[in-house]
Design a protein around this ligand. Sequence first.
Ligand code: C2E
Ligand code: MG
Ligand code: MG
Length: 281
Amino acid sequence: KKHYNNDYCEYNNSMANNFQKKQYIINNIDSAIKKGNIKVYYQPVVNTVNGKLCGLEALARWDDEEYGFLSPADFIQTLEEYHQISKLDLHIVERVCMNLAYTKEHGLKQLPVSLNFSRLDFSTQNLVEDVDYYLKKYDIDKNLVHIEVTESTLSESDERLKETFNKFRKNGYDLWLDDFGAGYSGLNVLKEYDFDMMKIDMKFLRDFNGNEKARKILKNVITMAKEIGMCTLTEGVETEEAYQFLKENGCEKIQGYLFGRPMPDNEFYEKLKSGLYELDL
Ligand code: C2E
Ligand code: MG
Ligand code: MG
């Protein structure tokens, strides 16, 4: 399928299993949401200057009776392919709002959460109104959620997309550009869209050790982002050395295994309650 230049291809068990899994995902997304099997995991976002916790990223996980624990790599693409991704994304929005309401009720500090959206959400949904709806329902402040879109979804001269982005910003949401540098959209799109934050893809930290060019590129990406009015967050920070480099070079926020892996929402709140985190207030 989709390999039009091949006259033949071999069909094997792994292809059959993949196809079965895809079908399973499509057939079960509604019930998985209903049963609470789609969970929110949170990964800490840290202020580079003081090393304190300043926010969270919400990441979806599917805890399934048959397939066990599924990561986004197992289901996001399939849900996109079958135009079912908005169901999952809006479910995550609602769960995050519920969590934020919970923290308020329990007198805990409300940390801003960034939410991942697919390109399709922007074309098939009234996304701004939908997100507004959940925030209103749970009485959540708009500066507590950030809208993430991956760089690979952008193309030049997409007026409709630009309009939706601007609407989010006008309505008081921060718009974050995810995975910058991972895709192929190039620097030109930066001229056309306005983002509050550039999330620098973890690719930039690969070969970081000993590759002088890698360091220079990363340093200059941070400077460029600043010059065009964006803050920066680097993803995939796993070593103290990378952390120090980013701190020295003015990257404001960081995320990565050095500060914490994504964890179930309840686990995060237990840690927060026990005072494990120093907060950037
Ligand atoms: P992302 O938004 O760029 O999220 C960061 C990914 O990097 C997460 O993978 C996270 O677990 C991983 N990561 C974080 N720190 C490190 C590190 O130090 N080292 C390494 N090697 N990896 C790290 P995850 O959770 O598997 O998510 C993968 C992607 O799936 C996300 O990339 C995002 O694009 C997408 N995704 C996740 N949740 C959702 C969702 O609710 N909706 C949509 N549309 N996409 C989602
Ligand atoms: Mg993201
Ligand atoms: Mg990313």
